[in-house]
Design a protein around this ligand. Structure first.
Ligand SMILES: Nc1ncnc2c1ncn2[C@@H]1O[C@H](COP(=O)(O)OP(=O)(O)OP(=O)(O)O)[C@@H](O)[C@H]1O
Ligand SMILES: O=P(O)(O)OC[C@H]1O[C@H](OP(=O)(O)OP(=O)(O)O)[C@H](O)[C@@H]1O
Ligand SMILES: [Mg+2]
Length: 280
């Protein structure tokens, strides 16, 4: 049985569970359940705090987990990234009061920096030769400056709205680009490959759509240049042998452009449909 750690709360939790559901796994029925067995797929899910997941996976207690790259690095765990999962993107940045006297990393020397990620920040400051006093907080770090317990913060930034609302401004280099990652310990459980194939399949299904259209047969070469598919388009005969039906997978974000170009080549009855699952 493959033992999988899944975030039980926070920004990664819902998307991770949704992705596993799309990958064909059954999940817990209510948000207080800590363990769920999906016997049909031979996996057991452990719903844990995102911050603790690297610890469980690194120690070998669990085989694989979904967490944030920032949390993995901050944990000091020996778990490593197998793949990134294309959600939970954020950057980790320093910020200080807008227009204030701290505007570069050297200004942090001897100052108080509030963060929920002390190891990550400490490692970064050390490589930049800066010694600061770290103030460890659990969350809502942006309020620490206004409340007088810190001079600057180092925190997760996504839209930047939370920083702005607290009167703070980003400064200094990017500490880390983070994203949701699949992590494993030293022993790679053989079941991980199937999980990974399924998760990659979900990502492909989200990124691609299926286009089907009717086309004058003599335009086939040009249409294949517009949309070539993974191997090559599927071409089926129509009753009228001057026409063919074509089926091809294309990136979802190019769908309207591709439809316009196919129409200009004479394609008609162009239909675009979602893909629910895929293995490439
Ligand atoms: N606004 C956000 N946008 C994108 N990713 C985010 C955002 N906030 C946090 N994350 C990412 O989510 C992961 C876990 O952080 P999160 O804040 O969800 O957990 P937590 O702080 O432990 O939980 P909680 O906030 O519920 O106490 C981290 O990898 C972080 O980079
Ligand atoms: O740049 P933004 O889009 O504003 O998002 C960033 C904020 O989101 C997260 O907070 P979260 O909601 O997890 O609360 P927390 O600080 O209590 O962890 C993070 O810690 C930042 O505070
Ligand atoms: Mg948080």
């Amino acid at each position: 049985m493959l033992r999988i750690a899944v975030p039980n709360k926070g920004s990664l939790s819902e998307v991770a569970s949704q992705m596993l559901a799309e990958a064909g796994y059954s999940g817990r029925r209510d948000s207080r359940q800590l363990v769920h067995t999906d016997a049909r797929n031979g996996v057991e899910f452990f719903y844990l705090r995102p911050r603790d997941i690297a610890t469980y996976v690194g120690s070998g207690a669990l085989d694989v987990g979904i967490t944030g790259r920032d949390l993995l690095l901050d944990s000091g765990s020996s778990a490593h990234e197998i793949d990134h999962l294309e959600f939970g993107d954020s950057t980790f940045r320093f910020a200080s009061p807008a227009g204030g006297e701290i505007s570069e990393i050297a200004h942090l020397e001897g100052r108080r920096v509030a963060t929920s990620y002390p190891r990550l920040v400490d490692d970064f400051l050390q490589t930049h030769g800066v010694t600061a006093e770290l103030v460890k907080l659990d969350g809502a770090v942006e309020s620490s400056v206004r409340l007088g317990v810190a001079d600057a913060v180092a925190d997760v930034v996504s839209t930047g709205a939370t920083l702005r609302a607290a009167g703070l401004e980003i400064f200094g280099p990017v500490i880390l680009e983070s994203t949701a990652v699949l992590i494993s310990g030293e022993q790679r459980h053989p079941g991980i490959d199937r999980l990974l194939r399924r998760l990659r399949g979900v990502l492909v299904a989200r990124k691609f759509v299926m286009v089907e259209y009717d086309l004058p047969a003599d335009q086939l070469e040009l249409a294949a240049e517009v949309a070539g598919g993974v191997e090559s388009p599927t071409v089926s005969p129509l009753k009228d042998d001057a026409w063919v039906a074509v089926r091809v997978m294309i990136p979802a974000d190019s769908a309207n452009d591709v439809m316009d170009r196919l129409y200009e080549l004479g394609a008609r009855a162009i239909l675009v449909t979602a893909i629910h699952a895929a293995r490439l």
